[in-house]
Design a protein around this ligand. Structure first.
Ligand SMILES: Cc1ncc(COP(=O)(O)O)c(C=O)c1O
Length: 328
């Protein structure tokens, strides 16, 4: 609708129709949404809304996390809940219920969606009630859960590998980088900048010249002497996928695929000299990076460690011990 065409007071029915039309035009389909503010689950996408004066919307005072649904089970939810609770504490956000309560809502919303593969994203906010900087005293915290198909990356990420650039945007200060807040402005701008420059994504470098992370993924390296090296987690997000893979990767040592696993600062020059560079995250899983700025990484093709890690992760998602049943 042209912006000037709707300048009259709308009825509630007209608003719902307008929201429905808006949703039907968008590319991503949402199948279920829980809102503590609505007091339940909705499956009509038009009703998947939160008040504009929620503190998460107008001040960015909110946190979120995303877990995956794989073959009708939820993968590694406890790790994602651990990170969510840590983010809540650092952000001074109150929980509307216990950890068990949050888990139960997430599982029930997933069941209501009937989706057997996809993503669960959930948020915590300090609630609506004013446009002030301080959260409204006594406001109920908002908890929201959205079930959606998940982010999709081009097939060539797997077959040909990924091309990244050093972003010109500054990395977040450590406190904000380790907390999964809804403030993703630097991450969004980095991703847009990379696309505009013809790359797939960007990489943050910290003020000491150490490699940070990508927009919504971690990065890791395989050194020339075959050690899997991951940047330290004190200035970047603790990716649940990275944390899990750092454990699983130990099984690659006796198999001779890698020599060791290490978490340490990674300088730009060590990174560029790597045999392999990897992107790791819940959405991308594991992808080989083959180019960074105008440097070729390794032989310019996704390498064997990327393939071995992806295999370990997919096996863990299929039949590991971190799967939760969903009562569809
Ligand atoms: C900034 C950032 N780094 C890394 C990751 C990877 O985390 P995970 O493996 O939990 O998806 C994410 C995604 O949540 C992210 O947003």
């Amino acid at each position: 609708m042209p912006v000037s065409a709707g300048l009259r007071i709308l009825t509630a029915n007209e608003v719902v129709e307008q929201l429905r039309a808006l949703r039907s035009r968008q590319p991503v389909k949402y199948t279920a949404f829980y809102s503590s503010q609505l007091g339940g689950i909705v499956t009509d996408p038009a009703l998947m809304v939160i008040p504009f004066d929620d503190h998460m919307v107008h001040r960015g005072h909110g946190i979120f996390d995303t877990a995956g649904i794989v073959n009708g089970k939820i993968y590694d939810l406890e790790a994602h809940l651990d990170r969510f609770l840590k983010s809540a504490e650092r952000s001074k956000l109150k929980l509307p219920t216990s950890r068990e309560g949050l888990r139960d809502i997430i599982i029930k919303t997933t069941a209501a969606s009937a989706r057997r593969d996809g993503s669960i994203r959930y948020w915590l906010s300090s609630g609506p009630g004013s446009l002030d900087l301080m959260p409204v005293a006594g406001a109920d915290p908002g908890f929201f859960v959205m079930i959606f198909p998940g982010l999709v990356y081009p097939e060539k990420f797997k077959t040909e590998g990924v091309r990244v650039m050093t972003t010109t945007y500054p990395i977040k200060p450590p406190l904000y980088a380790i907390t999964k807040t809804t403030n993703y402005m630097p991450n969004v701008l980095m991703q847009m900048e990379a696309k505009e420059a013809g790359y797939d994504n960007g990489v943050f470098i910290d003020h000491d010249g150490h490699v940070g992370e990508s927009s919504n993924m971690n990065v890791a390296f395989v050194s020339q002497d075959n050690v899997l090296v991951h940047p330290r987690f004190d200035h970047i997000l603790s990716g649940c996928t990275s944390m899990r893979l750092l454990e699983l990767a130990r099984t690659l040592v006796p198999r001779g695929v890698i020599k060791d696993v290490k978490v340490d600062h990674v300088s730009m020059s060590d990174a560029l000299a790597a045999k392999e560079m990897l992107l790791i995250g819940s959405s991308v899983k594991v992808a080989g990076i083959v180019q960074w700025d105008d440097h070729r990484i390794g032989n310019g093709k996704p390498g064997p460690v990327a393939a071995a890690l992806l295999e370990l992760l997919e096996a863990d998602m299929r039949s590991g011990d971190r799967l939760i049943d969903v009562p569809y």
